[in-house]
Design a protein around this ligand. Structure first.
Ligand code: 5GP
Length: 188
């Protein structure tokens, strides 16, 4: 039970969270990424079982009713995202620490569930202008989607102090080094 640890990453979209999470997974073989289920369609060359388990909305709703999720949220209107119970067992079964990339509300829920077995990390983007620039340069979101994500980001930044630790990503190398240090302390 002791080694059933989890690391929770939450951040406004565009804060660089996915980049940092990806680098942590590469750097620490003890970590494995929890693949969420979602009802949104795949973007670009995303594939089932890699970035997400993709389901249509009726199937996702059925899985909610069947109690398949530890937590789930309608992160954007009409788009569900959730953590599958089966995913936890899959990763812990290998003796690894689970890494979550999850929205702020979901992150706070998971912290409540896992308590001291969880390290919750909030990645903060430097400013709304920088956030808009990053989302634009990513080139995967429509203008409406970008504005939706920025509005959400401003709201989500207000929750930073509910996390165990906050890393501001104004410089990627620094943010990565700081995150790695916190993870090393936590997994021992
Ligand atoms: P995206 O559509 O950009 O891949 O993700 C949108 C948001 O959903 C991100 O903030 C991401 O962290 C969040 N998310 C991904 N998986 C889950 C999950 O399993 N549960 C919750 N609550 N949020 C998730």
């Amino acid at each position: 039970m002791n080694n059933r640890k989890v690391i929770i990453f939450s951040a406004p979209s565009g804060a660089g969270k996915s980049t940092i999470v990806g680098m942590m997974i590469k750097q620490f073989p003890q970590l494995e990424f929890s693949i969420s289920a979602t009802s949104r369609p795949p973007r670009g060359n995303e594939t089932y079982g890699k970035e997400y388990y993709f389901f249509d909305t009726p199937t996702f709703r059925k899985m909610i009713d069947d109690g398949a999720f530890v937590e789930y949220e309608e992160v954007y209107s009409g788009s569900y995202y959730g953590t599958l119970k089966s995913e936890l067992e899959r990763i812990w079964g290998k003796g690894k620490t689970i890494v979550f990339d999850i929205d702020v509300k979901g992150g706070m829920n998971l912290k409540r569930i896992f308590g001291d077995n969880a390290l919750s990390i909030f990645i903060k983007a430097p400013s709304v202008e920088e956030l808009r620039r990053r989302l634009l340069s990513r080139g995967t979101d429509s203008p409406e989607s970008i504005e939706k994500r920025i509005a959400k980001a401003e709201e989500e930044n207000g929750f930073a102090d509910r996390f165990d630790t906050v890393v501001t990503n104004d410089n990627l190398d620094k943010a990565v080094a700081e995150t790695a240090r916190k993870i090393r302390e936590f997994i021992g």
